[in-house]
Design a binder for this molecule. Structure first.
Ligand SMILES: O=C(O)CCC(=O)C(=O)O
Length: 288
């Protein structure tokens, strides 16, 4: 593994630096390491998605919603493309299984942000529930998808905005007060590299390394698909619960499994028009 610059060597065991000292303290007095937004700040979050590649929104879910979503996750049974191993459980398309998961696809504020950034016909391409057990190591720096490669110099022009086409909303259902609790890591601004991340286990971009996103249960991290990011190790003694809602521009196909896909009629029966559109009901337009 390539060594990271001393001040950003957040994951190396046994090394003490300014950032780890801050993180140890934050176990007692929690503090966010990144800029945060209120749920109604859709304009500001849109600007952040272009500038930093992500927006962190504290307190989206209440404590009782977090608890109910954790209990629903505990009830999930694997089928189709679900992945279950002793350390990691990954359940796909959970909006089709229980109403409480379905309700999260159209969360006010977060859905407004999806529509503002990916168009008013944007839809979900998936919804994934995770249980990451103590000992799980999700350290795999990557980009989720880069549609077009562009020269980095394009971003020097403030008028150039790389279109936002796919985003994921992470609903954290566990407190993540330290690096030991399996945070998501990001390199702010790294979508401006204009290219996919190349498989480096310890990447840097313009001198910046991956930094942990420390959160409280109920917080949301909304990030675009080109941001360099990673999961990490769960070195705590509790399961990390996470719910992901994946949104995309209408021209990007939905990734629903298993095939042949069938919507749950009970979910369709309760969906309003916005939710039906998020599920894939669009007006007739070019091509179909
Ligand atoms: O586990 C995490 O926090 C990161 C998940 C992730 O990188 C992904 O789903 O693409």
């Amino acid at each position: 593994m390539k060594s990271a610059p001393a001040t950003m060597n957040l994951r190396a065991p046994g090394k003490v630096n300014l950032m780890t000292t801050t993180l140890e303290k934050s176990a007692e007095t929690f503090q966010y390491l990144q800029k945060t937004f209120a749920i109604h700040q859709v304009d500001e979050m849109t600007a952040a998605l272009h500038e930093d590649g992500f927006a962190l929104v504290p307190g989206v879910l209440s404590g009782s919603e977090v608890q109910a979503l954790r209990e629903a996750t505990d009830r999930l049974q694997p089928f189709g493309f679900d992945r279950v191993s002793p350390l990691q459980e990954h359940y796909k398309c959970v909006f089709n299984r229980e109403r409480i998961f379905f309700d999260q696809i159209s969360r006010p504020g977060i859905t407004d942000l999806a529509e503002r950034t990916m168009g008013d016909q944007c839809h979900i391409i998936g919804e994934t529930a995770w249980r990451s057990h103590p000992g799980y190591d999700g350290w795999t720096p990557h980009t989720d998808h880069v549609w077009i490669t562009v020269p980095e110099s394009n971003f020097e022009d403030p008028k150039f905005l790389l279109p936002i086409t796919v985003c994921t909303a992470h609903y954290y259902l566990s407190d993540i007060p330290t690096e030991d609790h399996c945070p998501t890591y990001v390199i702010p601004g790294s979508h401006k590299s204009g290219r996919p991340m190349g498989g480096d286990p310890n990447p840097t971009w313009h001198g910046k390394s991956l930094e942990p996103v420390l959160v409280k249960a109920g917080d949301v991290l909304f990030f675009r698909s080109e941001i360099w990011h990673s999961g990490s190790k769960n070195a705590s003694d509790s399961i990390r619960y996470l719910l992901q809602v994946h949104y995309a521009n209408r021209f990007i196909s939905q990734k629903f499994s298993p095939f042949p896909w069938q919507y749950n009629p009970e979910i369709l029966a309760i969906a309003d028009e916005r939710q039906l559109r998020l599920l894939g009901k669009h007006p007739e337009s070019s091509y179909g």
